[in-house]
Design a protein around this ligand. Structure first.
Ligand SMILES: NC(=O)c1ccc[n+]([C@@H]2O[C@H](COP(=O)([O-])OP(=O)(O)OC[C@H]3O[C@@H](n4cnc5c(N)ncnc54)[C@H](O)[C@@H]3O)[C@@H](O)[C@H]2O)c1
Length: 557
């Protein structure tokens, strides 16, 4: 059985160290925090005081509890004051030599069986351990920011770690109400590895002009239900930190998924570091502020937008019925043509047509009178010039634009399932799409009480492309044996604050659906993006009709 850890030390009382001290003190442990100067030690105590003061104001802590908590904390500038600690966590800057130096000095101070833990996000725990005289007592104890709020603690073991040491740390984390996940030493561990793959794909989208920064962020926050959009998150983490972690992960994986973005590198070199410098992807009111202020990239207000009064819906799929009902409720005059093979004459006077037939019709039923190409060719003739033509299916909008003869007015709409935030409808444009077409469709989407996102008409547009690539990456991590389903889902929920982990999400969407999109994304990438190849384990789960999570398995039984 692991030795019970009861007295702890923290070295470095910056953003993370001060938060880690709070976690320990909240859990009733005596904590000694060490900084380099009296001034910084006092600042560490002030961070702790401010944070617990906020908890008191929110009614989460009484004043007596706050005082008792603060009384359990001693700050110092002497590592020697850590002599009695069973565990010391270092949270000094992310530089191997600095961390190794702290551990080497601690070697002489703490008891032989004390555990030394590093809070590193991206360095090799094995390398840090190798620089000490007790590599078997060294583990990673990776907290997430803000440490008192996010419950994940990744406990990282190296090939030399004594299981008793990692078990002691795991048990302590659990005692503190955290969600520990014990995994081996690998760049990015679980949560950051998956997060940075996704962030890098998102970066590539803005870099290539696929989508605007605002639309990208809203797509993932509202469309995928994430706590914030990828660019807002990177600005918060710090672009220098993102760049560094990205490079470390790329050094490990060598996957094009993690290839460092040149745009990000340039932003860092030019001093755009995110919120902390006042400028990143967005511009902030001042350095350190979270208040976004308008800049040259802020979308212009084009004034009044022309919105058609009459809208046509073609098809009898559930989505066609749903859209027809919602358009009607929103005050549009709706002409619903359930049978695409029927008379299209009634559509002559509408200003917008939405094609929403079953994409894969039931083979038992009568074949439709027109296929989608014939339908769009005819719509181009029947409808008045200027009428907008759209499809909610995964057909190529460019091909339909060519067939209809309405290059400037034919686009794709991707309607996503609503999340607790709202619903996103993506508008897929091509390079010939006219500005007024996009502005009108944005307004129609808003009137349906959904959130518009405009992107280039490419497979998966924004939400599916980013989400499915990330889900596939999680399955690959499982397939490689690095972490279990439960560990990955726990890490993502409690480290990143996502509403569900990737495996729960795959089971929720349906592994077969995820596979279909993954295959489309992969074939659309023409082999340039090997990481998009569907994981063989995903294929296995689809073929064998097996969910990933036990919850989903129980739900079926
Ligand atoms: N900031 C995050 O979101 C985050 C999240 C998880 C992990 N981490 C990791 O936590 C560690 C610390 O990050 P941070 O953001 O808190 O950095 P920070 O710069 O806010 O704090 C580092 C502190 O360490 C102190 N320090 C430096 N050398 C020291 C020494 N020899 N002895 C005692 N104190 C010393 C500095 O004075 C500073 O106050 C890094 O390894 C980082 O990768 C950071």
């Amino acid at each position: 059985m692991a030795r019970r850890i009861s007295s702890v030390g923290v070295v470095g009382l910056g953003t993370m160290g001060a938060g880690i001290v709070e976690v320990f003190a909240r859990g009733g442990l005596e904590v000694v925090g060490v900084e380099t100067t009296e001034e910084l030690a006092d600042r560490g105590r002030e961070i702790l005081q401010a944070s617990t003061g906020r908890a008191v104001r929110r009614g989460k802590l009484s004043e007596e509890e706050q005082q008792a908590l603060l009384d359990r904390v001693t700050v110092s500038t002497e590592l020697a004051d850590l002599a009695g600690a069973d565990l010391v966590v270092e949270a000094v800057p992310e530089v191997v030599s600095v961390k190794q130096d702290v551990f080497l000095r601690l070697d002489d101070v703490v008891a032989e069986d004390a555990v030394l833990a590093t809070n590193t996000s991206s360095l090799s725990v094995t390398e840090i351990a190798a620089g000490t005289r007790r590599p078997e007592r060294v583990v990673g104890m990776h907290f997430f920011n803000p440490a008192p709020v996010l419950r994940l603690v990744e406990v990282i073991t190296t090939p030399r770690t004594d299981p008793e040491a990692s078990e002691g740390v795991r048990e302590l984390a659990e005692r503190l109400g955290k969600k520990p996940v014990v995994v081996g030493d690998r760049a990015g561990f679980v949560a950051n590895y998956l997060l940075f793959g996704y962030l890098n794909s998102a970066l590539a989208m803005v870099e290539q002009g696929h989508v605007s920064r605002e639309d990208l962020d809203v797509a993932m926050r509202v469309g995928a239900g994430l706590p914030m959009g990828p660019l807002t998150l990177m600005d918060l983490i710090g672009l220098d930190v993102c760049h560094h972690i990205g490079e470390v992960i790329y050094g490990h994986s060598r996957s094009p998924l993690h290839r460092p973005s040149t745009m990000l590198g340039r932003m860092v070199t030019s001093g755009r570091l995110g919120r902390k410098s006042g400028q990143g992807f967005y511009t902030y009111a001042s350095a350190g502020s979270g208040e976004v202020v308008p800049d040259e990239l802020t979308p212009a207000d084009h004034g009044d937008v022309e919105v058609p009064e009459a809208v046509g819906v073609v098809g009898s799929s559930p989505l066609a019925e749903d859209l027809a009902g919602r358009l009607d409720e929103a005050g549009f005059r709706v002409t619903h043509v359930p049978d695409a093979g029927g008379d299209l004459g009634p559509l002559a006077s509408v200003g917008l047509v939405i094609e929403a037939q079953e994409e894969e019709p039931d083979p038992e039923s009568e074949p439709a009178g027109r296929d989608v190409d014939d339908l769009f060719a005819e719509l181009g003739e029947v409808t008045a010039p200027g009428t907008l033509l759209t499809t909610v299916n995964t057909y190529s909008g460019v091909a339909l634009a060519a067939i209809s003869g309405r290059a400037g007015e034919t686009t794709v709409l991707r309607v996503h399932a609503p999340t607790p935030h709202a619903q996103v409808i993506e508008i897929g444009r091509n390079h010939a799409t006219a500005g007024p077409t996009v502005r009108t469709l944005r307004e129609v989407v808003r009137r349906l009480e959904a959130v518009p996102v405009v992107a280039r008409d490419r497979t998966g547009l924004v939400v599916d492309a980013l989400l499915v690539s990330y889900l596939n990456d999680a399955v690959r991590m499982l397939d490689e044996g690095y972490a279990t389903v439960d560990q990955v889902d726990t890490a993502i929920r409690h480290g990143l604050g996502y509403p569900m982990g990737p495996f729960a999400m795959i089971d929720h969407i349906g592994a077969d659906e995820v596979l279909v999109i993954a295959e489309e994304l992969y074939s659309g990438s023409a082999g340039y993006q090997p990481h998009l190849a569907p994981s063989p384990l995903l294929v296995e789960h689809v073929l064998l009709d097996q969910p990933f999570t036990e919850g989903a398995a129980a739900g079926r039984g």
